[in-house]
Ligand binder design. Structure first.
Ligand code: PDD
Length: 285
C-alpha cells in the first residue's frame, strides 16, 4: 500500500482525505510538480522546487519552505515506500474555505499532498529498447498562462485524450499562427540536418525541467547548440527527428507524426547520442 503525505502527515493513501470545499477540487486552484526518482534518487529536485516556488508566487499562495525542507519530506516519502523507481507527485492547492467564492480567501492553509507511484526504469539510449511515441498535431486550445504548472489541466487532458483516440501517445500543439508550442504533457525538440531547435519559453509553454536539463547537457558536453525560437508546423513535418521531453518520459523519440514516419520511423542517431549523455548526467541535477 502506497504511503502518501498530506498536510504534515505520512499515511496510507487510502486514508488520505480532503474537504470537498478544497479549492483544488472546486477551481483547480493549485500547482503541482511531478518528480521522478530512480533507485531512490530524485532527478532535478532543486529545479522542480524552484519552479514550484515561482508558481506559488504567481498564485499568491504563501508556503515558505526551503529546497532542503522539501527534500527532507520527499526523501521520507521515498523511504516509506521502499525506494526503487518512484514518481513523486506534489500537489499544492490554496486550501479549503467554508464557502465557494472565486476570489482568494484570506487565512486558509494550503493543502499539500504528495503521492508516490511505482514507475518503469528510466529511458535507455538504445533504439531497440527505447520508449517511442506516435503523435498527432492539434491546435492548442489551452489558456494563455501555460508557463504556470497549474493543476487545472482540462485543456491538456482533452488534447491528450483526442490524440489517444487517434491511436497516438501524445498531442503536439500549435497556435493560431501554426507555430509549435509543446505537447499536452511534454516539451518538444526538432532536429534537421544535425541542427537542434526547441520553441522558446513564453506564456504558451511550460518551462520543462527535462528541457532545461537537456539544454544544459548540450551546452556542457557537446558542440551542438540548440536554438530556442519559433518552430512552424511545416518545419516539424519536415524534421529528421522529433523528440518529446518530460520528467515522466525523459527524451522520447517520435517515430510517427499524423500517421507519417518521422525520419526513418525509428529513434534517430542524434537522439541516441544525446540520450546517452542524458542517461549519464541526469542525477547531476
Ligand atoms: N508534465 N509541458 C507540459 C504541458 C507538461 O505537462 C509537462 C510535464 C512538460 C514537461 O515538463 P517537465 O520536464 O518538467 O516534466 C511540458 C508532467 C510530467 C505531468 O503532467 O505529469
Amino acid at each position: 500500500m502506497s504511503i502518501a503525505y498530506l498536510n504534515g502527515e505520512f499515511l496510507p493513501l487510502e486514508q488520505a482525505r480532503i474537504s470537498p470545499l478544497d479549492r483544488g477540487f472546486l477551481f483547480g486552484d493549485g500547482i503541482y510538480e511531478y518528480i521522478p526518482s530512480y533507485d531512490g534518487k530524485l532527478v532535478g529536485f532543486r529545479l522542480h522546487i524552484e519552479r514550484l516556488q515561482r508558481g506559488l508566487v504567481e498564485l499568491k499562495i504563501e508556503l515558505p519552505r526551503s529546497v532542503d525542507q522539501w527534500r527532507e519530506v520527499f526523501e521520507e516519502v521515498i523511504a516509506r515506500n521502499g525506494g526503487g523507481h518512484q514518481s513523486l507527485y506534489l500537489h499544492i492547492s490554496r486550501g479549503a474555505d467554508n464557502k465557494r467564492e472565486h476570489g482568494y480567501p484570506k487565512g486558509i492553509e494550503p493543502t499539500v499532498f504528495i503521492l508516490a507511484t511505482v514507475i518503469d526504469p528510466p529511458q535507455v539510449a538504445d533504439p531497440a529498447l527505447a520508449r517511442t511515441y506516435k503523435v498527432s498535431t492539434k491546435q492548442d486550445l489551452r489558456w494563455g498562462r501555460c508557463h504556470i504548472k497549474s493543476t487545472a489541466l482540462l485543456g491538456n487532458i482533452m488534447h491528450k485524450q483526442s490524440s489517444i483516440e487517434d491511436g497516438c501517445d501524445e498531442a503536439l500543439l500549435y497556435n493560431e499562427l501554426e507555430e509549435i508550442t509543446e505537447g499536452a504533457s511534454s516539451n518538444v525538440v526538432v532536429v534537421k540536418d544535425g541542427k537542434l531547435a526547441t520553441p522558446m519559453l513564453d506564456n504558451q509553454v511550460l518551462p520543462g525541467i527535462t528541457r532545461s536539463v537537456l539544454l544544459d547537457i548540450l551546452a556542457k558536453y557537446t558542440q551542438r547548440g540548440i536554438e530556442q525560437r519559433v518552430i512552424t508546423l511545416t518545419e516539424v513535418r519536415k524534421a529528421d527527428e522529433v523528440w518529446m521531453t518530460s520528467s515522466s518520459k525523459d527524451i522520447v523519440p517520435v517515430i510517427e507524426l499524423d500517421g507519417k514516419q518521422v525520419g526513418h520511423g525509428k529513434p534517430g542517431p542524434i537522439w541516441q547520442e544525446i540520450m546517452k549523455l542524458f542517461a549519464k548526467h541526469r542525477f547531476d541535477y
